[in-house]
Design a protein around this ligand. Structure first.
Ligand code: PLP
Length: 750
């Protein structure tokens, strides 16, 4: 059963609201503008829901109109206010500013900018700063209010749950002629608003944040506040908002408002606060070191926003999702980079907190059983992290790790090479962002660090080898500038052996590390010497461009065309490459290895490529000149239905779960019958298995799956690029995989 803890995003529809909506669709389907009996019944329904809304919102005076949701309510309020302000522009003491809280939902500043430009007001749009507690800076507001035409301050924040001090804001507005909009979306049903008792001019609300369906909302407009309709037409809603009313939405909203009035359906504030305490305690137990990003006593009892040192919000979301707990990242993630939360940034929280926040929110119909189940699953998530050595302050519960683990930070790769038999590990190209995580992991696994190596002195970051060794209280002994133990031919890790090969070019000290096992050369860590689709640039001060060609020939001699090469940078998620693949896409490489270019000609052709290198998509210095465009690599998708059909055919299929071990431990796997060969190879461990998959017969289908289809698509693309054409990704991942039982009613209590 799914435990849905993302109520601030949206909620399911309350059973009585569903019934009310269905009744309106099936039976009382009249148009409230019709004058016959069917229409009159519809009109009576609209009137009764409006009357209820007035009671619930404390809005016995003023206008209260139904519309499609809060975004429309915000547009209508802003258009109304700005149209009126336009009339005042020529007058003395005309307004100069439009103010909004820095943590406001994006709909507010965007609407202000949009209508300000469209109506030609050209007023200055300014964010009201908030303090560390997320509340508006009232001193700042008091100072600016006299010059403001409109002030927008939400009643409660959707990311943090921080409740605004509406009385304080009202006092700060004293003496100002500014109009005041209060976004009441997150407050509906959770805070008493007393709209008409305050000087609030506009207050938008949204049905789907409180158990009504999407597409219905409310806008309160104070009696004397200016109003301009956003939609003109048939004159519905007293000509304030034309368009035939969303009757099923209004009926459902009416049922929710009735539930708010009955005093039975929704929990009271003390009960909700007790639920939050339980959830907070479970979170603390599961994730030692966790911090809450807003003071609980100033927040809605239904919202918790937290960050865990060393754990990204992406990792936590994947983990929670595997436990069938739906939560939300406090920050929006783009494909390239997790964007920090602007709300937490406005509160002045440190960068690690703004970039790794998670929001957990429930609705006021939650009950004890639901909260207990949520707490139990949170604890299970913590156990899974401990079992993967990812939670702080743990030791030795995890199965010993073996092989290569790859970490990527903004395109830069770091590798951890571990040997379970000898309990020894080597870190290659350590990154400062990973020091804590790797140190924690090695300590927990009880592995000794045999060496911390760099493939070259990096241009874009300093090596964090000293920090890592310090964190592990380990003395590296006598080593050279890249961490290699002086006088040693090889570093042994049980049956594994690392040797090195000097490949000057990208830098004078560039070095490749070759990994050998009992069967021979297994793979090579080649730094930036050869990257997927690029050769390392050699126009740095520390580069040796004239040595590059000879280094590539030496590398080719040592590794041959098919050995997997693990790069120092991987901007396009290609994981690994081979010289054969790179020669096919990089003519310069093919020419220098094929003897068609001498070292000098190679260096000058390369210099031409590097003349105008743009920054990478992470806005960092590009470490090489891309020659294959980067984006053309296709990944074939396979739908759940196609996969089932494929399994019915006499085809060889390998199904690979690329989720990380802490998710695999918790999560569901598709039920596909005994015939299918199944593997679990986490995306971070993909290089361990790529060589094996590449040696499968060409007709064997390798199907990757994960939670949402993103990581599996990366894996499929990478394998296809290396030459195994029949590699696919399960569309939509486990999120779209048909469930055995859809216990939707059981999961209702949120
Ligand atoms: N305001 C706040 C505080 C919200 O949380 C949201 C929805 O996320 C909105 C406005 C927009 O609401 P709607 O989805 O009804 O347009």
């Amino acid at each position: 059963m799914e435990i849905y803890l993302d109520a601030n995003a949206t909620t399911p529809v309350l059973p009585q609201a569903r019934e009310a909506a269905l009744a309106v669709m099936a039976e009382d389907f009249g148009n409230p503008s019709s004058v016959h009996s069917t229409g009159l019944k519809a009109r009576a329904l609209v009137d009764s829901v409006r009357a209820r809304a007035r009671r619930v919102l404390g809005a016995d005076t003023g206008r209260l109109l139904f519309l499609s949701g809060a975004t429309e309510g915000i547009q209508t309020a802003v258009l109304s206010a700005l149209s009126a302000l336009r009339e005042r522009l020529a007058q003395p003491q005309a307004p100069e500013l439009l103010l909004y809280g820095a943590t406001e939902h994006k709909a507010v500043p965007e609407a202000l900018r949009h209508w300000n430009a469209l109506l030609g007001l050209d007023l200055q749009v300014l964010a009201i700063p908030v303090g560390r507690d997320g509340r508006h800076d009232l001193g700042w507001l008091r100072e600016h209010a006299p010059r403001a035409g409109l002030v927008c301050t939400m009643a409660a924040n959707n990311e943090t749950g921080v409740i605004s001090d509406l009385d304080g804001i009202e006092a700060a507005l004293a003496g100002s002629a500014a109009l005041w909009m209060v976004d009441g979306v997150q407050a509906l049903g959770k805070l008493p608003l007393r709209l008409a008792g305050r000087r609030i001019d506009y207050a938008p609300f949204s049905g789907h944040k409180l158990y009504a369906p999407k597409g219905v909302g409310l806008l309160y407009v104070r009696e004397a506040a200016p109003f301009t309709p956003l939609l003109a037409g048939g004159g519905q809603e007293g000509a304030l908002r034309s368009g035939t009313e969303n009757m099923s939405g209004i009926a459902a909203l009416g049922a929710v408002l009735a539930a708010l009035e009955d005093g039975q359906t929704f929990r009271d504030a003390a009960t909700l606060a007790a639920y939050r305490r339980d959830l907070a305690e479970a979170l603390h137990q599961a994730f030692p070191g966790l911090v809450f990003n807003a003071p609980p006593d100033l927040c809605l009892p239904t919202t918790l926003n937290f960050s865990v040192p060393g754990l990204s919000s992406k990792l936590l979301l994947d983990l929670f999702d595997a436990a069938e707990l739906r939560v939300s990242g406090g920050s929006a993630c783009s494909a390239a980079k997790a964007a920090p939360s602007y709300v937490l940034e406005a509160m002045g929280l440190p960068a690690w907190q703004t970039a790794s926040a998670v929001r957990l929110s429930f609705g006021p119909v939650a009950d004890r059983a639901f909260i207990d189940e949520a707490c139990a699953r949170i604890r299970v998530c913590g156990e899974s992290l401990r079992a993967s050595c990812l939670a702080p302050q743990t030791t030795g519960e995890a199965a010993p790790a073996d092989g290569v683990t790859r970490f990527v930070v903004e395109g830069a790769c770091c590798y951890l090479l571990a040997d379970a038999a000898s309990r020894r590990a080597v870190v290659i190209d350590p990154l400062p962002e990973l020091t804590g995580r790797i140190a924690q992991w090695l300590g927990c696994q009880g592995y000794a660090l045999a060496a911390v190596l760099d493939t070259h002195s990096h241009g874009d970051h300093a090596s964090s080898a000293p920090e890592l060794l310090k964190a592990l209280a380990q003395d590296p002994g006598e080593v050279d500038g890249l961490g290699w133990p002086l006088g040693r031919e090889a570093i042994a890790l049980g049956a594994l052996k690392l040797t090195r090969l000097a490949v000057p070019g990208h830098t004078r000290d560039s070095t490749a590390y070759l990994l050998h096992d009992a069967q021979g050369l297994r793979l090579a860590f080649v730094g930036d010497t050869v990257m997927p689709g690029a050769l390392g640039r050699s126009d740095f001060e520390q580069s040796a461009p004239l040595d590059y060609g000879a280094s590539l020939r030496r590398l080719a001699e040592a590794v041959g065309p098919q050995t997997l090469l693990l790069p120092g940078h991987d901007y396009e998620d290609r994981f690994a490459s081979t010289l054969a693949v790179e020669c096919a896409v990089q003519p310069l490489l093919a020419d220098v290895l094929g003897g068609r270019l001498d070292d000098e000609a190679f260096a000058s052709a390369k210099a031409v490529l590097e003349r105008d290198l743009a920054l990478t998509r992470y806005q960092t210095v590009a470490c090489g000149a891309r020659v294959d465009g980067g984006g053309e690599c296709t990944s074939s998708q396979i739908s759940p239905a196609e996969l089932r059909q494929l399994l019915g055919e006499p085809a060889a299929v390998v199904l690979v779960d690329v989720r990380e071990p802490y998710e695999q431990r918790l999560g569901q796997v598709p039920e596909l019958g005994a015939r299918v060969q199944r593997e679990a190879v986490a995306l971070s461990g993909l290089p361990n298995a790529m060589g094996r998959w590449l040696s499968l017969p060409a007709e064997t289908m390798v199907v990757f799956f994960c939670r949402s289809g993103n990581r599996s698509a990366q894996a499929a693309r990478a394998l296809r690029r290396l030459g195994h054409e029949r590699a696919s990704s399960l569309t939509g991942g486990l999120a779209l995989w048909p469930r055995q039982s859809a216990a939707s009613d059981a999961a209702f209590a949120i």
